[in-house]
Design a protein around this ligand. Sequence first.
Ligand SMILES: Nc1nc2c(ncn2[C@@H]2O[C@H](COP(=O)(O)OP(=O)(O)O)[C@@H](O)[C@H]2O)c(=O)[nH]1
Ligand SMILES: [Mg+2]
Length: 311
Amino acid sequence: MDLRSERPRRALWRRLVDFALTDVNTIVDGGLDDAALERLEQVLLEADFSVDIAMELVDDLQRAVDRGKVKTEEDLRDVLSGRIRTLLEEGGSTGGLASALSGGGPPAVVLVLGVNGVGKTTTVAKLAHMMQSTGDRVLLAAADTFRAGAQQQLQTWADRLGADFVGGGEGADPASVAFDAIEAAKARGADCAIVDTAGRLHTQTDLLQELQKIDRVLGRQVEGAPHERLLVVDATSGQNVMNQARQFGEALELSGLVLAKFDSSARAGTVLSVVRDLEVPVRFLGTGEAVEDLEPFSPDVYVEKILSADR
Ligand SMILES: Nc1nc2c(ncn2[C@@H]2O[C@H](COP(=O)(O)OP(=O)(O)O)[C@@H](O)[C@H]2O)c(=O)[nH]1
Ligand SMILES: [Mg+2]
């Protein structure tokens, strides 16, 4: 049965309980049997946990069961959440922006990357809003000159937020837009420049090369820039997240992930693979379409969200 197509947004915890523990007495009667553990593993796979990680989680559970430590649903949740939290903590996933980005001196530069439609431009606006709320002056740079409408979309956000804006018109050279933006940020005394980029060009190679060029330009203008290279991924796109993180990560050294559209997905597992196998920490969760809908990532909160009974 394909649980995903049946109930794509169904909470992971409910699926674990309903599908894996079909017999309400499974736990009370002295532990999970092999069949229940197999069903648990299946549900984890359906939620995009990798085979390796799903097996580890189930092995953990098996050991806890053997020691008589899993008597209730709560026990089950504790074992799973403890292990998931450990995996995330080992991956160094703590939320927020690098502390180096706090005020004074030349502008901090944040480069926002990702394929089309994942939520980059929205994330740029959310980050700007977050920084403004601590008093920072923020400039938004529209280095997505490929897609019609991309400039206007970011400009609209800038106007709404009262942030500075530098764009270049459709077809302009994105690296020159980035250059102009940093010059403007310096001239106006902005604390931070956030650079939005294209998610698609004629080919993926073109795109990655262009992003590398933007990155080099930023590095020449401000020491250590970009101070953050955030890859935005769409929480609903499952295993593709892994491919995207790998591809972008080969082109540029990513400082973290933003998991957008977390509000519309119960497929929580991929993040663990990215954190563990690619060693890219998760920094933020996007939890809606409004500027306020950005949460610094924390393993505790993440585990709480994915294993909560009512999500
Ligand atoms: N529900 C939800 N929608 C989001 C989130 N982030 C972005 N979106 C929506 O996703 C769509 C694409 O976003 P956009 O920022 O234009 O993506 P881009 O192509 O990567 O720049 C828009 O309709 C956004 O409102 C989020 O965290 N949750
Ligand atoms: Mg965009």
